[in-house]
Write a new protein. Structure first.
Length: 266
């Protein structure tokens, strides 16, 4: 029997890496220094992501194959409290962690490539990133309408990303599309880091703004996003209670099995 990793807590079958922002930046820095041809894959999991994984076993396996899955949002914090009796060390979302990476690791001659969203949005995101993150070089960008069944087009895109010299590939297609794309093409991607970042480009392009800081501190940014994006009302109003019910089911399963905290159940 393998020894459980104390830094990875299984939540609905997905191993959440519980660390701090400093720890996460250290992980990214090490990957950039090691210069492996096979990318370090980094994903973020919130309540919605974990709901998808709970109903899609293929996606759950994709998440489990990631090098690091960081916990994002109030739902994950509640789940940790219910299952483990303590909260995560820190809320780790791409919206905050990616800019922090750009800030902490600036001035090292590093490059990044943006993949995702519509043509208009990715162009706006690229302009923002180029202006904001001057200590890095924008290697290139491409919209997210990438069809994997078009093998030639996919290979051309991957060749272009490699030719750009990108050190970090930021993929923002929403989940499960972004994680599935990285996972399917992982053997062909040759850069130190491939990171799935969800709606990051919407913020950078100006299509969406962050909730006020006081709402973020209270853990209710989801409420602000729900108001700003009415199409996601069901995700929050139905998805969040469903997520907590699934977490409760995991808690009951763990207690009955006598191995609380060591195994996940979806």
């Amino acid at each position: 029997m393998s020894t459980p990793d104390p830094e990875r807590f299984p939540l609905l079958g997905v191993p959440i890496h519980d660390t701090t922002q400093t720890g996460a930046i250290s992980i990214l820095e090490s990957a950039l220094e090691d210069r492996s041809d096979s990318p370090l894959t980094v994903y973020f999991a919130n309540a919605h992501t974990l709901n998808v994984a709970a109903t899609d076993s293929d996606f759950a396996e994709v998440m489990a194959r990631a090098d690091h899955v960081f916990g994002d949002g109030t739902g994950v914090r509640w789940a940790f409290r219910m299952l483990r009796g303590s909260e995560p060390l820190e809320n780790l979302n791409g919206t905050d962690l990616v800019p922090l990476m750009f800030s902490k690791l600036a001035g090292r001659g590093l490059n990044y490539y943006l993949l995702g969203s519509s043509e208009e949005m990715i162009e706006g995101a690229a302009r923002y990133a180029k202006e904001r993150f001057s200590g890095w070089t924008l290697a290139g960008f491409h919209h997210g309408y990438v069809l994997d069944y078009d093998e030639e087009a996919t290979q051309r895109l991957i060749d272009a990303i490699h030719a750009s010299g990108a050190d970090v590939l930021l993929v923002g297609m929403g989940n499960p599309l972004q994680e599935n794309w990285i996972d399917r093409n992982r053997d062909r991607l040759k850069m130190p880091i491939a990171m799935a970042i969800g709606g990051q480009f919407a913020y950078w392009s100006g299509d969406l703004d962050r909730a006020p800081e006081w709402m973020r501190k209270l853990g209710i940014e989801w409420l602000y996003l729900m108001i700003r994006q009415p199409r996601k009302v069901s995700r929050y109003m139905l998805g969040n209670p469903l997520f907590l019910l699934r977490v409760l089911a995991q808690k009951i399963g763990l207690r009955s099995s006598g191995v609380a905290g060591l195994e996940g159940h979806s």
